[in-house]
Design a protein around this ligand. Structure first.
Ligand SMILES: C[S@@+](CC[C@H](N)C(=O)[O-])C[C@H]1O[C@@H](n2cnc3c(N)ncnc32)[C@H](O)[C@@H]1O
Length: 752
């Protein structure tokens, strides 16, 4: 059934409407009142989207009813609804408000409710007014609530209980800002009266972990966010089916609340009740924290494992050696028959380690995944009853290492330092011992190290002078963790080698986005101007649905170039290999005309991307040149074209997997899929790895470091692949090629 829409933002309306298959009636701002009057008189089911700041109540009175509806916090938590989606306006058409239609509107507006079994009748509506609270169960009450401008709350409860009424009564009236509303949520009674600002007081760095089965990591993550955010805690917490691992910065005034939240009998986060909090020996002052914040935000992430071990079969963590307190460890280090295994990676050992009578055998791994092979090699010839002492930074890596030694290698006397070096250093500080750990501890936050003693054990990797600074190579694809002195750092611009320094300079030069921006604003593509609303909608939708992949879209400047080339060539048949969400496809289809583009054929193998593209293609059907979307792999489709002897294409845009560029190129030329005067455009021919902000390995599992290394490796392989392709084309006598250095590089290849 057609429904009319109005909005101050036509592109928004357009997108909203076509997704629902609705007819659009848009109008200019000046005449909105008259159009609205007309629409509300003539269109039975009127709904609208508005970008206007005006209150819709005033605009629509009589034609439809507008209600403000909020999800109560418990309901939101249960449905895992983001805070940004906690409220909504519901538009109920008709001359009298109808509870039934309102419920229907709510059901459609809050898609999260649809996850509930049954219907929204499970959810009750409560009108909250300054002096009373009522269950809204009739149209009359609904009208009254609307007239009183009372917000409606959605609750689970089938009936309003006294405690619920009390809870609402205690809410601040008329919402004095977001912070107050947040505080009104059900926080434990021992929380500080006012929400804290972490920056104005001393900070306690601490970590905790627990190996415990967690059935629903996401659910625990949302509870943790709920409880930790008001305490202004920052840091990084990983949750996995095997347990939880946290490293956080806690303002001193929040510390007591955190301890009570996690104490043995605490009902708030039962999975963590009684967890051991591993406190750093020294506080960070507010100034230190502000100068170099170890963490800037609170990130709670769900992972496959809390310590990425790379093992296929899980270990039995109930047999993971015996824990030694720091005092027992202090003694044990003097046992000359014991073997001391440093489970940490090589760069950590270089910064500082234990010295005692036990025989030190560091593993010297680059990542935790190498631990197992290293353990086997270091202990291959040892009797299984030899005493093995293991340690790491916070104790978590040793749990798995000790379990491996017992479960898989059969050692019988495995011991590990409880709370790791951090806990030992704190105890040494408290007891006034001369620490047996000399040097600094590598830590997994932005500080990278904290000193235990003033000894400098490590050396600059570039010039071998004594050095303490741990950093990562500034050339992101390399990102190697290294120890480097200030002189070498300065000389090599923070890179590990002259090669990386050159790479960095190249990357910085190519990152001059201003030129790109200027080109974009100065480009005008007929018939759209700088960028068509549909392209902007498509770009926005792509960023929403494919945040990790949205950079693959051609974008406005490249889109305008493709459009222009199609027109210059007077291309009638266009083939695109690699549609993604259809940005370039629309640019080609926009170059339509009697002597211009007649058909755009496009190929995509990812069904999700193809669905999105198709949705947009439908919406421009009849307005631009016809688009034919082929779902499947490029080579299959090309083979089909060859078998069916389809007419050659005047313009082919190759933008699929770069590693197969040579195959596609050969196929197109060998089978004459490109017309004699046509052009083959190839994207990303100057592909270079993505350079971003420098990041550091964060947690003990050093996942990020490994992740960065993987990305760097993949990028280098792609770079090699496009280089091989460019070389291949250059050597092919059948064609000419010119590479335009726009964006990632665009080749124009033509028959000689
Ligand atoms: C760089 S994106 C294309 C961007 C698009 N041309 C634009 O301008 O917005 C590459 C697309 O090619 C698709 N692709 C990669 N390999 C493919 C293959 N062998 N067959 C079909 N599609 C492929 C990917 O799924 C991805 O969506």
């Amino acid at each position: 059934q057609p429904v009319a829409f109005w909005t101050s933002s036509p592109s928004k309306t357009f997108c909203f409407a076509f997704r629902r298959g609705l007819k659009v009636a848009a109008c200019r701002r000046r005449s909105q009142r008259s159009v609205l009057r007309h629409l509300s008189a003539n269109v039975p089911d009127l709904a609208y989207v508005t970008g206007s700041t005006r209150e819709p109540e005033r605009e629509f009175q009589g034609a439809q009813w507008v209600f403000r509806v909020y999800l109560a916090p418990q309901l939101r938590a249960a449905l895992r609804v983001a805070a940004s989606d906690r409220k909504g306006r519901i538009f109920v058409p008709g001359t009298e408000p109808s509870l039934e239609l309102l419920r229907k509107g709510i059901w459609e507006r809050f898609s999260a409710l649809q996850r509930l079994e049954g219907t929204p009748l499970h959810v009750v509506l409560v009108a909250h007014r300054p002096d009373s609270l009522e269950l809204v169960d009739s149209d009359a009450l609904l009208k009254e609530a609307w007239q009183a401008k009372a917000p409606l709350y959605l609750r689970f409860d089938p009936q309003i209980s006294d405690s619920m009424i009390e809870e609402f009564r205690q809410r601040p009236r008329n919402t004095d800002g977001v912070r107050e509303r947040q505080r009104a949520r059900m926080l434990p009674p021992f929380y500080p009266a006012k929400e804290l600002d972490a920056v104005d007081e001393d900070i306690q760095m601490l970590s905790f972990y627990r190996f415990v089965p967690i059935a629903e990591p996401e659910e625990l993550a949302s509870r943790l966010r709920f409880y930790l955010k008001p305490l202004a805690i920052r840091g990084r917490i990983y949750i996995a089916p095997e347990g939880i691992n946290a490293q956080v910065a806690v303002p001193l005034r929040s510390l007591d609340a955190l301890k009570r939240l996690l104490e043995a009998e605490s009902p708030y986060l039962v999975e963590l009740a009684g967890v051991y909090l591993n406190l750093d020996p020294q506080l960070l002052s507010a100034a230190q924290f502000a100068a170099q914040p170890p963490f800037r935000n609170l990130h709670i992430r769900c992972r496959q494992k809390i310590v990425a071990d790379g093992l296929k079969e899980p270990l039995d963590l109930t047999q993971a050696g015996r824990e030694l307190s720091p005092a027992e460890w202090h003694q044990a280090l003097e046992d000359p028959h014991a073997i001391l295994i440093d489970v940490r990676n090589d760069y950590e050992t270089q910064l500082g380690t234990f010295f005692g009578s036990a025989e030190a055998r560091p593993l010297n791994t680059r990542t935790y995944r190498e631990t197992w092979k290293a353990l086997e090699a270091r202990l291959a010839n040892e009797p299984r009853d030899r005493r093995i002492l293991t340690f790491c930074t916070g104790g978590i890596r040793c749990v798995k290492a000790a379990a491996y030694l017992e479960n898989r290698l059969g050692f019988q006397r495995v011991e590990r330092l409880a709370g790791g070096v951090v806990s030992y250093a704190a105890e040494a500080h408290r007891q006034g011992w001369d620490p047996k750990f000399k040097g600094s501890i590598y830590v997994f936050d932005e500080r990278l190290k904290t000193p235990v003693t003033n000894d400098i054990l490590s050396r600059c990797e570039t010039c071998s002078a004594p050095a303490l600074d741990v950093l990562h190579c500034a050339h992101v694809p390399c990102h190697r963790r290294m120890i480097q002195c200030a002189r070498c750092r300065h000389r090599l611009s923070g890179c590990c080698s002259p090669e990386c320094q050159r790479g960095l300079e190249l990357a910085l030069a190519s990152a001059s986005n201003e030129l790109h921006w200027y080109a974009q604003t100065m480009s005008r593509t007929a018939p759209w101007g700088t960028e068509a609303p549909i392209l902007r909608e498509l770009a926005a939708e792509t960023h929403r649905k494919f945040p990790q992949a949205a950079h693959m879209m051609s974008g406005p400047v490249q889109g305008a170039v493709l459009h222009a080339v199609a027109r210059l060539l007077r291309a009638q048949r266009v083939l695109e290999l690699g549609t993604f969400t259809g940005y370039a496809t629309l640019c080609f289809a926009g170059a339509m005309g009697p002597n211009h583009v007649q058909t755009v054929v496009t190929v995509e193998q990812d069904p999700n991307a193809a669905d999105t593209a198709e949705q947009f293609f439908k919406c421009v059907a009849g307005q631009l040149a016809p688009i034919e979307l082929h779902r499947g792999a490029v080579l299959d489709v090309l083979e089909r074209f060859r078998d069916q002897a389809v007419a050659p294409f005047d313009l082919i845009y190759l933008d699929a997997d770069k590693r197969r560029y040579i195959t596609y190129f050969d196929f197109i030329l060998d089978h004459r899929l490109l017309s004699p005067n046509g052009a083959l455009l190839v994207d990303n021919v100057l592909f270079r790895p993505v350079y971003g902000k420098q990041k550091h390995a964060q947690m003990e599992d050093v996942e990020f470091g490994e992740h960065a290394e993987r990305i760097a490796l993949r990028s280098r392989k792609l770079m090699d692949a496009v280089h091989a392709f460019n070389q291949h084309v250059l050597e092919d006598a059948r064609v000419t090629q010119v590479i335009l250095p726009i964006r990632d590089g665009l080749s124009i290849i033509q028959w000689r």
